[in-house]
Unconditional design. Structure first.
Lengths: 466, 274
């Protein structure tokens, strides 16, 4: 039997796969850990009124013949309703909305001037069928079949889940135990199944080294992503990123809490080091998930697509947005690249992006994700700040004060990081070059040492009397 | 914990239940702000309270009635904890519509619509800039909300709260029936029932004795009807905020139900005077 990776995504996606199935929106058959969040799925969900365009991507790295995607969809899709997008476009959206590390350099305290924020590197990555007769026997109807780019696609309906499961199994899709009632539930809700696998001939002709995201467009009142198929295996938690693009404003889940990630917080300088930010972010996200008992959806970014500040990547062009399904912009096909940096909002495109990150499992996310677009256009981004201390000489009163208070500030940064990531505060202090008890390792410029809140007397009399 | 709550209820017995409702509403706002990341700016609260109280004062003065503020406060806090808007003006409009509806939309001496319900629904229909954040309550508060809801049952009596109880029972039955039909695990209907917004609606909006039927049979019928309509809007037509719309659309039926099932009109036990 062909290996099947089974990915289930909202529209009810299921990936067919090897001896075990992996959910589209999250769980992946184990592969080498290369991304920030391995085995993750990404979905771009464009929604306006009852129009939906959903782009589904996963970091599948296995043998292409093992790939399969099974997604419940609300209707039989026509060929024109199915497309593929470029990985680069999705990567651009990921980069644009990724949580970011920024850094500031403390000015000479004796010559105070304006602060300028400089973006540090953002955390880029969140890292023709046979058997028609047999299908009929099993009560399965092949409603349509297409070859779209490198994918062979089937749209299936069925009288009952058992027949559909049997047929899929016979066709080489190994669905996980426990999938049948979930498939049955979707069928009773009049949903069809969208099944895609790789057409190896077309794939080799395409010249791509990675599978491209599959896109579907349809009319439906339900603003939802089916995730239940992805949880039937119960092999741990799934990782899903949803980029919602709407005209209105921020998107949130209506049947689960949507929680803002901790943001705008100072972190130590060493977080800029290689892999440190990724490690910090993973730990912080895990801590945030634990704090919510694994039951929340996290908001990582909410912004008007016209601008950004600071920009981890430029806003997407009209051409890229249209490729992702934002049908109401740039009908003339103009590219209109945006300028990096602070731009005034409210100009041009009416596109608001919401980036949601959810780590889900069957116990905590029994239902599919239901969404609504709100009227909230307030900006939010995951932003973490490094403030580099002033390294020069500063002998004026303000300078002395600055160096007296610096260890205390750094001590607070260590405590913040410990709280956010559940790491040991003493280990953090050591990496920061601070003493265990709150004294600074160094403070050029002649400031006194002492960092914790208990050292309140340090700033009382100024420099020790000589 | 339960003993303290029971003691509180004993002390509260005899006091106007609107004080109890106000205490629960303020507690929800406080708990939400402290633990659930509610972001309710103070000017939103001020706008709703000021608009509601001013509108109430204006109409009472116009009709030459003594000033009463308790119901207006209940209405205001319902709006504050349920409705969000991009601009405080929409919240103020909801408050104004809510209070005005009590005075302007009256038939047979009774106001037709649940005040906060019609205010919220009118603003939801009028603009994309306002929304109800159903998910924001999460599912950790459900037991506390259920307890607080049954506290109101204790204070008002089960007959008076029959609309809420019938709604909850019927809605739970419909959710369970749907799960059975679909072959879904019980975790799904339970998760749907534990939604904080649903429980707040059930016990602290739908319970308004001034706008629900006067008879026991009428309340039973009305509660079940709102559940059936709300469920249909939610799961057949996929309309968000379904139970809010269901109550607004059903409120005029109370007149018909009262015509068929006679009962005594309700009056609050204490009329606050200021």
């Amino acid at each position: 039997m062909k290996k099947t990776m089974l990915g289930l995504l909202g529209m009810a996606a299921l990936l067919g796969a090897s001896s075990q199935a992996a959910a589209f929106c999250g769980f992946y058959v184990a592969k080498a850990d290369t991304g920030l969040f391995n085995e993750s799925s990404q979905v771009v969900y464009v929604r306006d009124e009852s129009r939906n365009v959903v782009t589904m991507a996963s970091d599948f790295k296995g043998d292409m013949k093992d790939f399969a995607l099974v997604v419940p969809v609300p209707t039989v899709l026509q060929r024109e309703q199915i497309n593929v997008a470029n990985n680069a476009t999705l990567k651009h959206l990921d980069d644009y909305s990724a949580p970011r590390l920024v850094e500031y350099f403390d000015e000479d305290p004796c010559a105070p001037t304006m602060d300028m924020a400089m973006p540090a590197p953002a955390m880029m990555e969140a890292a023709p069928m046979r058997g028609q007769q047999r299908a009929t026997e099993l009560g399965v109807k092949i409603e349509a079949q297409y070859t779209v780019a490198e994918y062979d696609i089937l749209l299936l309906s069925a009288k009952e889940s058992g027949g559909l499961i049997t047929w899929l199994t016979e066709q080489g899709y190994k669905l996980p135990p426990g999938a049948e009632p979930v498939v049955g539930s979707y069928l009773k809700q009049n949903m069809k199944f969208f099944v895609a696998k790789v057409n190896l001939q077309e794939y080799s002709k395409s010249g791509f080294t990675r599978l491209r995201p599959i896109q579907i467009a349809y009319n439906n009142d339900r603003f939802m992503l089916p995730i239940r198929l992805g949880t039937v295996n119960a092999q741990g938690k799934q990782e899903l990123f949803v980029y919602a693009l709407t005209r209105k404003g921020r998107v949130e889940t209506t049947n689960y809490r949507t929680v803002k990630l901790p943001s705008d917080l100072d972190v130590p300088e060493y977080i800029k080091g290689k892999d440190e930010f990724a490690s910090f972010y993973r730990d912080m996200f895990r801590t945030a998930v634990d704090k919510e008992n694994g039951k929340a959806v996290f908001l990582e970014y909410a912004w008007d697509m016209n601008w950004c500040d600071p920009c981890a990547a430029d806003p997407l062009s009209d051409k890229e947005l249209r490729e992702l399904g934002v049908f109401w912009v740039g009908a003339d096909g103009g590219a209109q690249p945006q300028t990096r940096g602070i731009m005034p909002p409210g100009q041009g495109r009416d596109v608001y992006v919401t980036r949601l990150h959810v780590r889900y499992d069957r116990a905590n996310f029994p239902e599919d994700l239901m969404f609504q677009a709100t009227g909230d256009r307030e900006n939010f981004q995951g932003r973490y700040i490094i403030r580099h201390p002033f390294k020069g000489e500063a002998t004026c009163d303000a300078g002395k004060q600055y160096f007296r208070e610096l260890p205390k500030r750094q001590g607070k940064v260590a405590e913040t990081l410990a709280r956010l990531t559940n790491r040991d505060v003493n280990g953090i202090r050591t990496k920061m070059g601070l003493g265990q008890g709150g004294s600074a390792g160094n403070s050029s410029g002649g400031g006194s040492s002492g960092g914790g809140d208990d050292d309140w007397w340090n700033s009382m009399w100024g420099q020790p009397v000589k | 914990m339960c003993a303290i709550f029971a003691q509180f209820l004993r002390l509260a017995k005899g006091v106007d239940p609107r004080y109890y409702q106000l205490a629960v509403q303020c507690s929800l706002l406080l708990v939400g702000t402290l633990t659930l990341q509610f972001t309710v700016p103070w000017w939103n609260i001020a706008a709703v309270l000021a608009t509601a109280l001013l509108t109430q004062w204006g109409f009472l003065r116009w009709y030459g009635l003594p000033l009463q503020t308790l119901s207006a406060l209940n209405t205001s806090f319902s709006i504050i904890i349920l409705l969000y808007a991009a601009h405080w003006g929409w919240l103020a409009l909801a408050a104004a519509i809510s209070i005005a509806s009590k005075f302007l939309i009256r038939i047979q001496g009774r106001h037709v619509f649940n005040p906060s319900n019609i205010g919220i629904v009118a603003v939801l229909l009028a603009t994309d800039s306002a929304w109800v954040a159903h998910g924001k309550w999460g599912h950790a508060l459900w037991l506390g909300l259920l307890l607080a809801g049954f506290g109101l049952v204790w204070l008002l009596g089960w007959r008076q709260m029959l609309t809420s109880l019938a709604f909850l029972a019927a809605y739970a039955g419909l959710l369970a029936g749907r799960a059975l039909w679909l072959g879904d695990p019980w975790a799904i209907p339970l998760h749907q029932l534990q939604n904080g917004a649903l429980l707040i609606f059930t016990f602290f909006m739908l319970s308004d004795p001034m706008t629900t039927p006067q008879s026991t049979a009428g309340r039973l019928l009305f509660g079940v009807w709102v559940a059936v309509l709300g469920w249909t809007l939610q799961f057949r037509l996929f309309i968000p905020n379904a139970f809010l719309y269901a109550l607004a659309a059903s409120s005029p039926l109370v007149l018909l139900i009262n015509g068929r099932f006679a009962g005594a009109p309700f009056h609050w036990p204490v009329r606050s005077q200021t």
